[in-house]
Design a protein around this ligand. Sequence first.
Ligand code: NAD
Length: 385
Amino acid sequence: MATGVWLVGARGSVAATSIAGAAAIRAGLAEPTGCVTELPQLQVASLPPLGDLVFGGHDVADTPLAKKADALAAAGVVPARLVAAVAGELAAADAEIRPAPTAATQREAAALVAADITDFRDRHRLERVVVVNVASTEPLVQPHPAHADLDALEDQLGRSAPVLPPSSLYAYAAFTAGCSHVDFTPSTGARLPALAELARRRGLPHAGHDGKTGETLVKSVLAPMFAMRNLRVRTWSGTNLLGGGDGANLADPGPNAAKASSKQRVLAETLGYEPQGHTRIEYVDDIGDFKTAWDLVTFTGFLGTAMRMEFSWHGCDSALAAPLVLDLARLTAAAHRAGRSGPLTELAFFFKDPIDSGALGGKVPHGLVEQWAALAAFARGLGDA
Ligand SMILES: NC(=O)c1ccc[n+]([C@@H]2O[C@H](COP(=O)([O-])OP(=O)(O)OC[C@H]3O[C@@H](n4cnc5c(N)ncnc54)[C@H](O)[C@@H]3O)[C@@H](O)[C@H]2O)c1
């Protein structure tokens, strides 16, 4: 039986690249480069094959997927010949994208979201559906007492004033529809105690959050190096320039703050202290989906000798993110099938700000090598379930 991937933000760059990429790989027109689940260490029989993923989703935009994919091809994100070759698959996925529902209360809106997902699962006779949030980043959420208690939340959802940000409402709807959930964004999503409780009660796994694809990925390799060599990092300052829809959204101070705090966490976690410096995010329209990060690291060694390193990273955001979205969908579906529930801390490898479930002794690894070991052990544990 096939597995459904329900993308919240299904008409965005990451979503369109994921859908086009899965179709191109299935047709044998592209290699699965960048998909870590295709590495021998992670290949276990319980992972749904890439070719068995069926896509649908919600979006507030109505640009057809084919048009979005053409724009990505024109920007050099995906090859134009592949977009043309998978036009049929893009049209099929486009027909499965529903407008984000609106209703008088959030309870009604969540029921409409859940009904769309259930209808998708039933019509395609899917074994299960993984809901993946790849929608625009939201500002940090205003705390509300109902976020801490599922019964209080259920009560508040029936009132006219919204209590959840959209990302969390989608997570709530996913869980009520019996689906696992992945948050690829820094938005609040399922990261509220009331929603964690809902996932636990329903026996559903969830993973997040904020996909690690660029500057933070490099930091998660370099910071443990400084720590292991007992070199004292004094400053770590980074400037990220990005365009595209994500860049335009992050020009807004609210989402920008959510993203920047998620990007700096790896340093305190891996070094054990916070060096000076900040991560800045700036929108540069002209560079589209290609992101540039410049980082300056100053550090001291033996007898206090001052040294420095600098790096620059030029990455194509959606091309880096899309294979991870496919990996996360496959791994989370396999975890659901294996009866795992609650936060999947072992998927920390994929995230800037991974969720802690206590599964790894209450310590979430932030260094990439440790995260890789946890991921490989997790995949072996799923085995042939
Ligand atoms: N590309 C990367 O490397 C990377 C890494 C980590 C995280 N992310 C996150 O992934 C997300 C998607 O990035 P992108 O480049 O595809 O952005 P994008 O702007 O191209 O796409 C976002 C999509 O979300 C839709 N959307 C907005 N609000 C919505 C709502 N309430 N319901 C449904 N859909 C909604 C928009 O209409 C748009 O189609 C962003 O939050 C970004 O921060 C991306």
